[in-house]
Design a protein around this ligand. Structure first.
Ligand code: C2O
Length: 669
């Protein structure tokens, strides 16, 4: 039972967006989205039969093993063309990959598979009968917009942006180009309002924690920039300024966002951080420490310099040390089966009941997402209501849980885009992706069609002369080259005093005495630590460092034909999405000093971190994994080939359990 009848019956219940009733045709470039409203379960049936016909994979949903089946050869056919050659030690070979748990079809995300649940009229984009066009069929933009650092903008440029934003803030939220509607797009895509249904399981959909993160956010701020362009005075194109928190001159909230009378201002930020040096390794455990203020640049230069250097260390780590290949930098394959809620998956499918949670191989965010990006969100947001003030502002109610989140805009995914700072923050994230692909020769990403064909719909103006809007279908393939989107980045001025480049910030400090030669053993490195391990599942507690002793390492291929990289994998990180989380991972750090570890230390391997988000029901949890290339760490520590290492986990914030012991594998990143 699918088609018009079901839709008509469902018309009075939960609407779906975009409610595309056109038949899917590769050649049709212009279709019409109808205003029909239907619930997700109706969409689901129609969709799944389409998928079955399209893939004819003969998949049997009752067979658990089939879901885990992904032929090695299919995977490799995609990988061999990826072109990630700039990082030494990364090569193309017949290697296991980190996403084999994700079943066929599980990674497919196209706009016709998504439906949006409206809750209290929010936050799905307005549904109107509008034209849908494919981005690829549109003429290339005439102007090249040059995105520049926010702190280098002239007063005139800031004034133009302010004026346009003031207009957007006055528009009704039902107008897709209003600031409110633009902000709601982010909420819709990360708060479980969108559901995806390629496998009849109707999962909540989230653009974070997978390889969708970078391209989706590129699309989102691109269309936001288009909206501002429509309202900006003058004929010069508006280019979204970026908050260059990766260079010393940009390591504070840019002034243009701090004037409380400006439309660029947002009141729900951390008041202690308005005049502080940003902390790119920030976590809520740090909020007890007084922030390093900008004023310390002159009064306590050693504090200031240390804060800057730590940030540059984080950047080096995110871009170079763990940016080895698309999978580690941009994130792992999107996996609907594992996405979101383990309790729900267990209950609904019954498949996992015999298995422990640790069997799930789900999404993993890349270093671009889970490091500086996440820290800046948490750092900028207000961590809670001011002392003695009860959080009662109804504006703070958000998302599925309809809870008050104490008006913490940047630090809560559902509300983050209500702060204009968000778009400049993401402009910088986007610039770092662009730098990684071009200057660092990281390449274009993945060649897998499931990534390239991922598509979303965004509103855009038909032309500059009137307010007619349409929906544009944009695919990941469309956004890999910023030139095709008509913009580029100009780099921050490197001649300003105090300029330092994160490329030069390979970690030099050590928590343990440097080891010479290659004969080190895990036991020697662990000296003094009462090693604890093999007790997974394990609940992390802030202040209790966990040492997993003698984790074995796979043999390297000494012929050099199949080098791959050594990747530390922590499967089944089971966390409360309603908490802001972070833990750090180090190799061979002595237990007694492990608390100090961070990106400036050679022992530091990486971090897992997440920004707080809404839950649908109390008790909801989310399962993801962490995969960090550790070749550089091992080389810096002088650990010989195949010698086991201690994996040290330092909990920092949030409610996190780890389902299975960390392991080290040779992988193609
Ligand atoms: Cu969609 Cu910075 O998050």
């Amino acid at each position: 039972m699918h088609g018009g009848g079901a839709m008509a019956n469902a018309a009075s219940t939960a609407p779906a967006y975009p409610s595309t009733t056109f038949s899917k045709s590769m050649n049709n470039t212009t279709t019409t989205a109808s205003a029909a409203r239907r619930p997700c379960h109706v969409r689901r049936r129609a969709t799944s039969s389409r998928i079955r016909a399209a893939t004819s994979s003969g998949r049997d949903d009752t067979n658990f093993n089939n879901l885990l089946w992904l032929p090695r050869r299919d995977v490799l056919a995609g990988l061999t063309l990826t072109g990630v050659t700039a990082f030494p030690g990364v090569a193309f070979a017949d290697l296991p990959t980190i996403y084999e748990g994700c079943g066929r079809g599980e990674s497919k995300v196209t706009d016709d598979l998504l439906g949006c649940d409206v809750i209290n009229n929010l936050p799905c984009p307005p549904r109107k009968k509008v034209e849908v066009v494919n981005f690829a069929d549109l003429p290339r933009p005439k102007n090249v917009r040059v995105r520049r650092p926010a702190h280098e903008l002239t007063a005139d440029e800031v004034a133009r942006y302010k004026k346009a934003l003031a207009k957007m803030k006055e528009l009704s939220p039902s107008n897709p180009s209003s600031f409110a509607a633009q902000a709601a797009i982010h909420e819709a895509y990360c708060d479980g309002h969108y559901h995806i249904d390629p496998t009849e399981k109707n999962r909540k959909f989230d653009v974070h924690f997978s390889w969708i993160f970078a391209p989706w956010h590129r699309m989102y701020i691109y269309f936001y920039e288009r909206m501002v362009n429509h309202y900006v005075d003058g004929k010069d194109a508006f280019a979204l300024p970026y908050w260059s928190w990766d260079v010393p001159a940009g390591m504070a909230m840019p002034d243009m966002f701090k004037d409380a009378t400006s439309p660029l201002y947002d009141q729900y930020r951390n008041p202690d951080h308005l005049d502080a040096v940003v902390d790119l390794d920030y976590h809520l455990g740090r909020k007890q420490l007084p922030p390093v203020t900008l004023e310390m640049k002159t009064s306590k230069p050693e504090f200031y310099e240390d804060a800057v250097d730590r940030n540059l260390g984080t950047m080096y780590h995110q871009m170079i040390r763990t940016g080895k290949g698309a999978r580690c930098f941009l994130g792992d394959r999107f996996c609907t089966e594992a996405n979101f809620n383990i309790n729900e998956i267990n209950k609904r499918s019954g498949r996992r009941l015999r298995k422990e949670v640790g069997e799930l191989k789900g999404d993993a965010s890349g270093s671009l997402e889970r490091m500086a990006h996440t820290a800046v969100h948490v750092w900028a947001g207000r961590p809670g209501p001011p002392k003695d003030v009860k959080c009662t502002d109804p504006e703070a109610a958000l998302g599925h849980d309809r809870e008050l989140h104490c008006a913490n805009d940047m630090g809560f995914l559902g509300s983050a885009a209500r702060d204009p700072l968000f778009y400049s923050h993401h402009s910088n994230v986007d610039r770092l992706w662009h730098l990684w692909s071009t200057k660092l020769k990281g390449g274009k990403g993945f060649d897998e069609p499931e990534w390239l064909n991922t598509s979303f719909l965004f509103y855009d103006f038909v032309n500059d002369d009137d307010d007619t809007m349409r929906l544009v279908r944009v695919t990941v393939r469309d956004v890999l080259d910023t030139a095709k989107l008509g913009y580029t980045y100009s780099e921050p001025d490197k001649t300003t005093s105090g300029y330092k480049d994160w490329m030069d910030y390979k970690p030099t400090r050590r928590l343990s005495a440097p080891v010479t030669g290659t004969a080190t053993t895990a036991a020697a490195a662990a000296k003094g630590g009462d090693a604890k391990g093999g007790e997974f599942s394990l609940e992390l507690k802030v202040g209790e460092t966990v040492v997993v002793p003698s984790v074995t390492r796979p043999a390297r291929d000494e012929s050099g034909m199949r080098p791959g990289v050594e990747v530390l994998v922590i499967d089944s990180i089971d966390f409360d999405p309603g908490s802001t989380t972070k833990f750090d991972v180090a190799i061979n750090a002595p237990k007694e000093s492990a608390e100090k570890v961070g990106p400036q230390y050679g022992e530091y391997a990486g971090s897992f971190a997440s920004v707080q988000a809404a839950k649908e029901k109390p008790g909801d949890r989310r399962v993801v994994k962490l995969a960090i290339p550790i070749d550089d760490v091992l080389a810096d520590l002088g650990v010989g080939a195949g010698v086991p290492v201690n994996v040290v986990i330092v909990p920092r914030a949030g409610d996190v359990k780890i389902g299975k012991a960390p392991k080290i594998e040779i992988q193609y990143c």
